[in-house]
Design a binder for this molecule. Structure first.
Ligand code: CP
Ligand code: NVA
Length: 308
């Protein structure tokens, strides 16, 4: 059966831990692993902009001995001149895996339904599972583990990062709290799924309104842009209701004294996070960005092992 990573919960907690173990090993032994030698090719397709995902997949596939094909879909027929189903079928004849950043989760699901190679979500409107593998690797490094640690995500609790923190954080045995203004709560079905996962890992899930309550004594404080790609023209006020959720020194002062700060980047400095926090001693954001590379190398290795 072809395995995909469309949402964080496509990996069991044990599989997530195995990928993170491998990521740590690959980070320590940077150029020693070449499971894609041949080379096997991986298509990395973008319907939306990217810096980190684009470069880290390109570099990571090359470091694994593979051949990366990084393509902006606007120059192809992808999903416009031809169906996503046909694109999935055709790409599967050329490449060992398809990495896709797109809009609706229905789009990546359609590709995966017709692909015969693994499909990896490189960000959709709903989820960003590759980011979470990097974040959890960073938490392991900085906090000595994930199990039992408290992670507070504040800001747009309705977005892809919020959903991925809920699912992946619960799988990692963390106590996940998400808080955003009214109208920006997570999808209830994702919260329910995260609760189900947490029940098996010893983690927990809370959806809050008050950012101070969310951050209180947390080991990890995470945030993300208040305006995700594709939301620029949605007509919602994406500043005023979010101001109490800004990760600044005052809010961070409620967290554990040695708490780390995560932001997937790109940051809108002065909006969801202040310069002094992003550039300050508690920030782990550049380790987090680097860890995209190691986590994705491990993920590709995991999904492609035992495949022709
Ligand atoms: N964090 C992240 O996915 O960054 P990019 O949009 O630059 O890929
Ligand atoms: N929530 C953001 C994440 C960017 C990496 C977006 O979807 O634009």
């Amino acid at each position: 059966m072809t395995r995909h990573l469309l949402r964080d919960d496509d990996l069991t907690p044990a599989e997530q831990a195995a990928v993170l173990d491998l990521a740590a090993r690959m980070k320590a032994e940077r150029f020693a692993h070449r499971p894609l030698a041949g080379p096997r090719s991986v298509a990395v397709l973008f319907d939306k902009q990217s810096l980190r995902t684009r470069i880290s997949f390109d570099v990571g596939i090359a470091e694994l001995g593979g051949h990366p094909l990084v393509v902006d879909t606007q120059v192809t027929h992808f999903g416009r001149g031809e169906t996503l189903a046909d694109a999935g079928r055709v790409l599967s004849r050329y490449v060992a895996a398809i990495v896709l950043r797109t809009h609706g989760d229905d789009r990546i699901a359609e590709v995966a339904a017709h692909a015969t190679v693994p499909v990896i979500n490189a960000l959709t409107d709903g989820f960003h599972p590759c980011q979470l593998l990097a974040d959890l690797l960073t938490v392991r490094e900085r906090c000595g583990g994930t199990r039992g640690r408290t992670l507070a995500y504040v800001g747009d609790a309705a977005n892809n990062l919020s959903h991925s923190y809920l699912l992946a954080g619960a799988a990692a045995g963390m106590h996940v709290r998400v808080a955003g203004p009214a109208g920006f709560d997570p999808d209830p079905s994702v919260v329910a799924r995260a609760e189900e996962i947490a029940a098996g890992t010893g983690g927990s899930v809370r959806v809050l309104r008050d950012p101070v309550q969310a951050v209180r004594d947390a080991d990890v404080v995470a945030t993300d842009t208040w305006t995700s790609m594709g939301q620029e023209e949605d007509g919602l006020d994406r500043i005023t209701p979010f101001l109490p959720y800004q990760v600044n020194k005052a809010l961070l002062g409620n967290a554990a004294p040695d708490a780390i700060v995560l932001h997937c980047l790109p940051a809108h400095r002065g909006e969801e996070i202040t310069d002094d926090v992003l550039d300050g001693p508690q920030s782990a954001v550049f380790d987090q960005a680097e860890n995209r590379l190691h986590a994705q190398k491990a993920l590709l290795t995991f999904l492609l092992k035992d495949r022709p």
